[in-house]
Structures are given as structure tokens and as C-alpha cells.
Design a protein. Structure first.
Length: 477
């Protein structure tokens, strides 16, 4: 019999779905997972089987017996119903890892979120009048006080904040920006594209490395909507460079009656030099200098939930709030609850570093990290002895998420390297994969032919030790 005829015979033997549902084992699966899940899984198995048969007629295909179908069905359902959102151990040395959800929220925020999401709250309800209110009243006064702003509003992320500002204040008008500030914020989202989506006309000026005040002055015309400046938080330009100070742009803004908008991106709302880092401009500083509006992220240096914060002149904020796009970008009760709790912590300067994980990781002394690495090393070294070269090393952590790109924070880690030269080049990749497959995945980084676990962001090491000890001595590491 020809292969094509065999394939046709296999196709003809595929049973109808209702017949499969009558099997005792399948009935049990329906009791456990529900009929829709089981039916969809059966249909997917049959679809993939038909596709495989038609695609490769030369391949030896497995005949769909009832036992084989049930075996596939169980496997498919387990894969499709398992929880894909799982905790990981971040030993990558990146404090704000975009792929790990950026900022870890403080306990106070987590408690408030649980309360607000698990019950009815006055999110948009005025208790006194019994009428609808503005959900942003829960964060407005606190934010204004911290930022020195006349008014504020929030949306679901900083890209949305920039888009909303541009669409409100410069729709169908030109936006002046230095060529060196036309950034890509990650994931192929570029500032020129955001401007286009905001229905603005990009007017880029000057060169990548040199921008003068005269470049801004020469670009202003009757079609100009606003002056825009953004901080290149995910890269730096060094060497022969020049940029225009905001104070000079403020003077130009007042003189021409054009709004000056500054996108700070990372959004440190406290002086980072207080935690031993170099000074990073804050929204408070920029607004004090006379900038009309600032935008920044809530889930980066601020250490809060994902949101975009817009702060500055009350008349401009009022216009922004009236934009129909604002409704599509508004924050939910999760964000309101988390942000209000974060702001409460910021009201007490003594608690900021202690209670906000992002800042606590940043300020963590190297000596504390070293003690932890030594403790873990003593527990796990016997597991790898004779198979892997393991040692405590000095390393450097980074902020991540396009934040403070030049900042290297001294840290301590444990390095894992192949004892022999045989397959040593593949070892860190394979070992990293093995650690990712543990019940609680361990994420490190590969550097100089070794896998490095950086301890800066690990405060409790019990689970790390447990996971590493679960690796068997006999395994080919």
C-alpha cells in the first residue's frame, strides 16, 4: 500500500468527537476540567494529527487508537491548564527587569491591593454627596505635594502619558525635539512613531551630538505646538556633545508662549545621591525650574505599579483630562490602590529605602550581599565539588528597564564554571537552562564562560539553597 493510501486510511479512522467523550477516562477528565476544555483539546489533537499527516506523507505516523488519544488528551489538558505565571528567583543582577515585571511592590501596597480588590471601595464615589467623584483624588494631593506640581493625572504607562500629552497639546501641530533625543523605549516602540500616532508633526532639530538654543529658536513657527525634551535613560552619548539646559528652554517657552514638556522616563522622585548613587533629575527639580509638564513611569525608580504620571500646570492638566483618549488610558483600582500606598510611604522619608524594594535593593550594602553569598556557598559547594568550578566573585549589578544605563553597582555573586575544557563553551548555556527548569526557576546571567548568580536582589535565600540542593550529584552538569 502506498504512503498516501496509508495516510487516507489513517484519516478515515479518526473517530467522531462525541464517541471519544463516551470513554470512561474522558468522562473523568470532563468532571475535573469541564466539557469545553476537553472538547477543545480533542479537536486540537485531531486538527494537529490531520495537519501532520497531510504535511509529511512519508513519515511513519502513529495510528489514533483510543488509548493513544486518551494519552495525548491528558498530556494536552495538563499543558493547557497549568499556571504559566510562576515565581522565579532573580539572580540576574538586574534590579528592574522588564521581563520579570519591573518593580516589586512594598508590603503596604500589597496589603492595600488585596483589601481594595477583594471588596467594594469608594474608588469613584463621594461618600459625603453620594455622587460620582474622580478616582484620582486618592493620589492627586499626595503626588502634587511630592512633586511640587499644580496638578497631576495618571494613565496606564509612560508611553501613554507621552501620547496623551502630545495629542492634547499639539494635535496636527509641530513638536520640536532634538535629533539626539529621538529614542526607542524598547520593544520597537519609537518616539517618532508615538508622535505620529498622537497625530503630531515631528520637527527634529540639530544633530545627534550637538544641540544649541538657536536650533530651537530657528524651528519655531506658526505651526509649532510645543517644545519637547526627553531624557535618554536607556543610553548615553559621550565625547563631543552639547545639549540645551532646561532653564534656557524655559525662557524660550515663556517668550514664545509654547508649552515645554519634559519626559523623564525613569522617574526618580527622591534624590538618589541619598542612597549612594549619582544624582538623577527629579520631576520636582524640573517643575521648579519652570518646565510646564513632566511625564515619567511609576514602576521604575519610583518603585510602584505600572503607570504613567503627568504633572505640572493645572490648565494643561485640565485639557489633558478632557481628551477622549484619557478614558481609554485610565488606571484601574489595582493601580490606584498600589500608587496611593506607595505615596504614603514617600511622605515619611525615613521609611522610603526600608520599605520600597527597588530602593532597598539599590542601597543594599555590598558587605551584606557578600555575607549572604558566603552562607549560600557553604551550603551548596559540596553538591558541585569535583564537577563544577564554583567560587564567590565580585560583580556589578544594573538598574535595567532603560534606567541609569551607565550605573554599575558593586555586588557579589557565585560563579559556576566547567572544571574541564571539554564542552566548556556550552556549559553556561546548558547549566542556565537546567536552573530554569527547576520548580522555582533560578535566573542568572552568563559572563566570560561562566554562569553568575548575583545576590543583590535576593533577600531570602532559603528557596535558592533548596532548589540548588535538589540538583542530583549523579546528573551530568
Amino acid at each position: 500500500m502506498k504512503k498516501t493510501e496509508i495516510v487516507k486510511s489513517y484519516l478515515s479512522l479518526i473517530p467522531p468527537v462525541h464517541k471519544i467523550l463516551n470513554f470512561t477516562e474522558v468522562q473523568k477528565l470532563m468532571d475535573q476540567y469541564g466539557q469545553p476544555v476537553v472538547v477543545n483539546a480533542i479537536r486540537r489533537i485531531f486538527h494537529d494529527y490531520r495537519k501532520s499527516l497531510k504535511k509529511d506523507t512519508k513519515k511513519n505516523h502513529h495510528k489514533l487508537s483510543s488509548d493513544y488519544i486518551i494519552k495525548l488528551l491528558k498530556k494536552t489538558i495538563i499543558l493547557e491548564t497549568q499556571d504559566t505565571l510562576i515565581p522565579i528567583l532573580n539572580l540576574s543582577g538586574i534590579i528592574l527587569h522588564s521581563n520579570f515585571g519591573r518593580a516589586i511592590l512594598p508590603k503596604l501596597a500589597l496589603k492595600k491591593i488585596e483589601e481594595v480588590l477583594g471588596s467594594n471601595y469608594n474608588i469613584e464615589y463621594d461618600i459625603e454627596t453620594g455622587k460620582r467623584s474622580d478616582r484620582e483624588i486618592h493620589i492627586e494631593s499626595k503626588l502634587c505635594s511630592l512633586l511640587g506640581a499644580e496638578a497631576v493625572t495618571i494613565v496606564n504607562n509612560n508611553a501613554a502619558a507621552v501620547m496623551l500629552v502630545l495629542n492634547t497639546l499639539a494635535r496636527r501641530k509641530e513638536v520640536i525635539i532634538s535629533r539626539g533625543e529621538l529614542i526607542e523605549i524598547g520593544g520597537s516602540f519609537r518616539l517618532p512613531d508615538i508622535m505620529q500616532s498622537s497625530n503630531c508633526i515631528l520637527r527634529e532639530i540639530a544633530t545627534t551630538n550637538i544641540t544649541n538654543l538657536s536650533d530651537y529658536e530657528d524651528a519655531i513657527n506658526t505651526k509649532t505646538g510645543l517644545i519637547f525634551k526627553t531624557y535618554s535613560s536607556n543610553f548615553t552619548i559621550n565625547g563631543y556633545t552639547k545639549s540645551v539646559d532646561e532653564k534656557d528652554l524655559v525662557s524660550l517657552s515663556k517668550k514664545t508662549n509654547l508649552p515645554l514638556v519634559v519626559d523623564l522616563g525613569s522617574g526618580a522622585i527622591v534624590d538618589l545621591s541619598k542612597v549612594g548613587l549619582k544624582f538623577e533629575p527629579t520631576p520636582y527639580d524640573k517643575l521648579k525650574e519652570g518646565v510646564d509638564l513632566v511625564t515619567f513611569s511609576g514602576d521604575k525608580l519610583m518603585g510602584g505599579p505600572q503607570c504613567g504620571i503627568i504633572a505640572g500646570r493645572s490648565d494643561l492638566i485640565k485639557k489633558i483630562k478632557k481628551n477622549a483618549m484619557k478614558r481609554a488610558m485610565r488606571c484601574d483600582k489595582f493601580t490606584i490602590a498600589a500608587l496611593s500606598s506607595i505615596l504614603k510611604i514617600y511622605q515619611d522619608p525615613k521609611k522610603i529605602v526600608e520599605e520600597i524594594p527597588t530602593l532597598r535593593f539599590l542601597a543594599r550594602p555590598k558587605e551584606d550581599i557578600k555575607k549572604q553569598a558566603e552562607r549560600v556557598f557553604s551550603k551548596i559547594e559540596p553538591i558541585f565539588r569535583g564537577k563544577i568550578k564554583i567560587k564567590i566573585i565580585n560583580c556589578f549589578s544594573q538598574m535595567g528597564s532603560g534606567t541609569l544605563p551607565n550605573l554599575s553597582i558593586p555586588s557579589v555573586g557565585i560563579s559556576f564554571q566547567k572544571s574541564t575544557k571539554k564542552n566548556s563553551g556550552l556549559f553556561p548555556i546548558e547549566f542556565a537552562q537546567k536552573l530554569r527548569k527547576l520548580p522555582t526557576p533560578i535566573i542568572g546571567r552568563i559572563k566570560d564562560g561562566a554562569l553568575v548568580l548575583d545576590f543583590r536582589c535576593l533577600e531570602k535565600d532559603t528557596d535558592l539553597i533548596k532548589q540548588l540542593q535538589s540538583l542530583k550529584m549523579g546528573e551530568d552538569l
